[in-house]
Design a protein around this ligand. Structure first.
Ligand code: 5RP
Length: 220
């Protein structure tokens, strides 16, 4: 089974959380794309969606699925999105697709966050995947110096401008044992829009596609 087939299997399993006529949040990335494509084939239709990126909004609209601005939609029942890493507490690293800020906003506005991924994303300690940070461009060097003080190695993501017009600094070399504390700390640095740790608002459910089938983890 390929990694992409495992992603698709996880996306398919997440359809069980979708209620007909509801308004749901949709994430970004290849796993979220599988979810969008499967959602379009579902018999029971959602009323509308809120997208965490321009790319996902475009894909939803191509399928004829209504996309609302979050301010119009209000509180959402469900958010479905992928992740770059998850630990067993369902603290995540996200932002490999540079959509972390909008993803964190939509997750924060949702009652339930169902994370979908292939089994390789489950780790004991977060941080092997470089932690993405969205930064206001003029603060690039200031933020990078502060990250070095915290023991990380900041690398500017080349040719990347976020949907919000900002840059991404990927932080290498962190072994994240207290994700909540690091998430708060990084967000205090002037110029940081947000960072890719989702620990203060973790996933509620993690659906993993594995070679032996679907594995579902829930937050303790
Ligand atoms: C985008 C994200 C994605 O959820 C994350 O990068 C996982 O992507 P994929 O589903 O392609 O493996 O956080 O900003």
């Amino acid at each position: 089974m390929t990694q992409d087939e495992m992603k698709k299997a996880a996306a398919k399993a997440a359809l069980a959380y979708v209620e007909a006529g509801s308004v749901i949040g949709i994430g970004t990335g290849s796993t979220a794309n599988h979810f969008i494509d499967l959602l379009a084939q579902m018999k029971t239709k959602v009323d509308a969606t809120v997208a965490s990126s321009m790319a996902s909004a475009e894909r939803l609209q191509k399928h004829g699925i209504r996309v609302l601005d979050l301010n119009e939609a209000g509180q959402l029942a469900l958010y479905v999105d992928g992740a770059d890493e998850s630990n067993h507490q369902l603290h995540l690293i996200k932002g490999g697709g540079a959509a972390l800020t909008r993803e964190k906003i939509v997750a924060g506005a949702s009652d339930k966050f169902v994370c979908i991924a292939d089994g390789t994303k489950l780790v004991e300690i977060l941080g092997k995947f470089p932690l993405p940070i969205e930064v206001i461009p003029m603060a690039r060097e200031l933020v990078s110096r502060e990250i070095v003080k915290l023991g990380g190695k900041p690398v500017l993501r080349p040719n990347c401008v976020t949907d919000n017009g900002n840059i991404i600094v990927d932080v290498h070399g962190l072994a994240i044992t207290d994700a909540k504390q690091l998430e708060s700390l990084l967000n205090q640095i002037p110029g940081v829009v947000t960072n890719g740790l989702f620990a203060l608002r973790p996933a509620d459910v993690l659906i993993l596609g594995t070679p032996t089938g679907i594995q579902t983890l829930t937050a303790a």
